[in-house]
Design a protein around this ligand. Structure first.
Ligand code: AMP
Length: 424
């Protein structure tokens, strides 16, 4: 089989690596890819939003399966374009990717189908939003409804901050069109857990749980980022929580999408808050999380290509998803200054140390080859150093050992990723 992957981050690297282990696959392409993905795939210089060029490439190369990693092309309808051309593609159609593309849609869906989530109101008129805030309980959460690179959420402690937030999102349009609509929701407290799942339009099968570290600095301080590292499984995701979520959140979400005439095929990422009243949905994503995929896929025992095909064919009931008992930790090596201002273009050394190191992985996020063919930094998040271990403590020790193998100027990381609660 020939497979094309669309995307260029650490998530697409781990997907490419996992696909490369399938005995069914003879050739992998990735558009546009990065320097790490180039180890397992042929990178093609076509952007993820160039749907027609991508489809033409898939036809020309007789690609058997295309896997879409990123949210933007999914929400933009890349799957519909590929299907129209008779191409086989893994990911939700546009009318299902709206689950991530519009928070107003997903909140209304949850309300209609009684899926537990924070109480909320939706606004299109900033004046109405400002008036609503006058009587609302603080703290409160403001969300730009559309895609905003994971940054369109503001947690406001008081009325003044909340009013400023409404102005930022809806009037100053800080997140562009994503702020045409806004969700204002109740502030929830509790532990956050992410659960990735495969969905075939009818049924859902969950992968392992993971826990993210979104803030830039140790001790969960500093600005929000795309993620500075994470670990799997989460010690808070107990069997009891799993049973509750299966019954009241996962399958009901898939059933709701089908009932709305928007059958979802692909990956649903459930962002959950374990509140004192029980688990509630924080958000849905319509694809693998990044870096959640980096800690979940190394633990997966199945041939991922078979699972992708089962999702497309609606035969996921026949798949027995299996994960190893290992724990996995991913520490992101970033460029100092991320997520605000940082320099790029520094050569990275030591990458070869991962070649024969079993259970250690170096997934590339922002890297490229320079004119001399050296691998150089090319983004805020540069590498995801990932390691397995028999438990969280061991996986963490392994990951922090491996972060020393690679060097580049302005290398920055957090030191407390996967730190067990009793170690804090
Ligand atoms: P989202 O993109 O909706 O997951 O929001 C990003 C982050 O904001 C989440 O991971 C939470 O840390 C926080 N957040 C979002 N919604 C709420 C809420 N209703 N209550 C408390 N924190 C929230």
């Amino acid at each position: 089989m020939k497979v094309l992957i669309v995307g260029s981050g650490g998530r697409e690297h781990v997907i490419a690596w996992k696909i490369s282990q399938s005995p069914k696959v003879s050739k992998i392409y990735c558009a546009p890819g990065n320097a790490g993905i180039a180890e397992v795939a042929e990178c093609v210089p076509i952007g993820a939003m160039e749907f027609d060029r991508l489809a033409a490439f898939a036809k020309e190369k007789e690609i058997d399966l295309t896997v879409i990693g990123m949210d933007d092309p999914l929400v933009g309808g890349i799957v519909d374009v590929f299907e129209k051309e008779g191409l086989r593609v893994f990911g939700p159609r546009k009318n299902a990717a709206i689950l991530e593309g519009s928070k107003a849609f997903s909140k209304d869906l949850m309300k209609k189908y009684h899926i537990p989530t924070a109480a909320y109101e939706t606004f299109e008129d900033p004046e109405k939003a400002l008036a609503y805030l006058e009587t609302a309980k603080m703290p409160i959460v403001l969300k730009a409804s559309g895609l905003a690179l994971g940054k369109g959420v503001l947690i406001c402690q008081n009325l003044e901050e909340a009013k400023a937030g409404v102005r930022e999102i809806m009037m100053d349009r800080k997140f562009g069109d994503a702020g045409n609509q806004m969700v204002i929701e109740e502030f929830m407290t509790g532990r956050e857990v992410s659960v990735l799942s495969f969905v075939d339009g009818k049924i859902v099968k969950t992968m392992a749980s993971a826990q993210d570290h979104k803030r830039a600095k140790d001790g969960d301080q500093g600005l929000n980022t795309g993620g500075m590292g994470n670990f799997s499984p989460s010690p808070f995701y107990t069997e009891e929580v799993d049973a509750f979520c299966k019954k009241y959140i996962y399958q009901p979400t898939v059933d709701a999408m089908a009932a709305e005439g928007r059958p979802f095929k692909g990956v649903i990422f459930f962002g959950l808050m374990l509140t004192p009243e029980g688990p509630k949905v924080l958000e849905y994503n319509a694809r693998f999380g990044d870096p959640e995929a980096q800690v979940v896929l190394p633990r997966m025992k199945n041939d991922i290509v078979e699972v992708f095909e089962a999702c497309i064919d609606g035969t996921l009931d026949q798949v027995d998803l299996q994960f190893s008992d290992d724990a996995c930790v991913c520490v992101v090596l970033a460029s100092d200054g991320y997520p605000v201002k940082y320099e790029k273009g520094f050569p990275i050394t030591g990458l070869e140390k991962f070649k024969d190191a079993d259970g250690y992985y170096c997934f590339h996020a922002g890297t490229k080859f320079d004119a001399e063919g050296r691998v150089v930094t090319n983004g805020g998040r540069v590498l995801g150093i990932t390691a397995l271990g028999k438990d969280l403590r061991e996986a963490r020790a392994n990951a922090y050992k491996a972060v020393e193998w690679v060097q580049f100027d302005n290398k920055y990381m957090r030191h407390d990723i996967g730190k067990a609660i009793d170690e804090k």
